[in-house]
Write a protein that binds this ligand. Sequence first.
Ligand SMILES: Nc1ncnc2c1ncn2[C@@H]1O[C@H](COP(=O)(O)OP(=O)(O)OP(=O)(O)O)[C@@H](O)[C@H]1O
Ligand SMILES: [Mg+2]
Length: 438
Amino acid sequence: MLQFLQSFFSDGSFIPHGHCYLWKPWLVWMHIASDSLIALVYYSIPITLVYFVKKREDLPFKWIVLLFGAFIVSCGTTHLMDVWTLWHPTYWVSAFLKVITALISLSTAIALLPVIPKAIALPSPAQLEAANCQLRLALKELANTQAQLIQTEKMSSLGQLVAGIAHEINNPANFIYGNIAPTHEYVQDLFTLISLYEKYYPCTIGEIRTYAEEIDLDFIKADLPKILSSIKMGSDRIRKIVLSLRNFSRLGETEIKEVDLHEGINSTLVILQNRLKAKTNCPAIEVIKEYGNLPKVECYAAQMNQVFMNILNNAIDTLEESMVSCKVAIPVKTLGVSSKKNNRQQNGKPQIRISTQVVDNNQVIIRFYDNGCGMTEEVKQKIFDPFFTTKPVGFGVGLGMSISYQIIDKHGGQLKCISAPLQGTEFIIQIPINLKYD
Ligand SMILES: Nc1ncnc2c1ncn2[C@@H]1O[C@H](COP(=O)(O)OP(=O)(O)OP(=O)(O)O)[C@@H](O)[C@H]1O
Ligand SMILES: [Mg+2]
């Protein structure tokens, strides 16, 4: 064994490789330099590979990369051996190293074969990017659906509340309204009867006369009909409010209907009446209606009311805020609005202007303009994003406009916003008169 090892590592009677090159210095040095360089590079590559594998623990087929590393190291060693055998003809050792290299190369090549189809099946960066893109879209859609659900829930409970209140008020209001006419008639009859008594039985009894003076009968005769007519006016108003509430809630109406949009806007304004009134830090908000001649529009009525509600609520919010913070609620220059309208805005009052018109015979445009603070370009870019809000916590969820955008989109229409700081804001809704059914 010792003898075998000695002969294995000995030069034997072989001729060093340099003899083949006739020891031509340039040739010898060229071989030395290139073999050494190749060996150096071959040794450095596995270091890089091992580093890479260590950093990417999730790398598939890690072992094949390491096998490649071993293959490259053995190749490098054969080159080093070529330098050694220039002077030392240990060709047995050199042949043994080549056998090892051959075995490693062969196993690498064989191991590679079943891996290739699997590697081909791995998603390419472009496919991964496409899948990522789809995931992002799905996520966005999910966020939109979530937003819509939250808003629908909000609106449906508001709708139910409104419908409930309308229903409860309706009965007593009708009761009052229905009894006013007979009450008026009975009062008239009683007054006539008193007059007849006074005519045929002139009052001689002191107690009656004193009491009539005490209660000021003449004044009662004059005032009672007035009181009754103001009660009538009040109950008339209650009936109108109830009607608006019912119109607003339109509970259960999920189907498409031909709707008078002006009615929807008016009902929404009635609901918001309280917010439009003067407050300690904000004068009354003036609503200017410039309604055109609109035909009935096919739409989801409750959803359209929801859009009006969201836009008007935002307008009121900004007008209230403008009174407190930016002060100038009234820009002189406005967005694409005629000078006649501009003049109106110079009177220093917070205003909401609503105009409607038909365009191209088959579309309606509804504009909501408020002369509030307006918004920066940055805010404007984001207003239709779900959950985007500039309002303090508890004041805004950031869903109103994104839902409104989706509703208008569902109607095959467009919702646009024109706004600039201190220039007010205009929301423009454009929807077809007849819904296109998919
Ligand atoms: N008329 C407007 N003037 C100025 N800014 C507005 C106006 N309308 C909307 N915005 C801006 O757009 C943002 C988003 O409005 P959106 O109605 O979606 O949410 P929000 O009003 O904050 O909350 P909520 O979901 O309760 O309506 C608001 O926070 C506000 O900054
Ligand atoms: Mg809002």
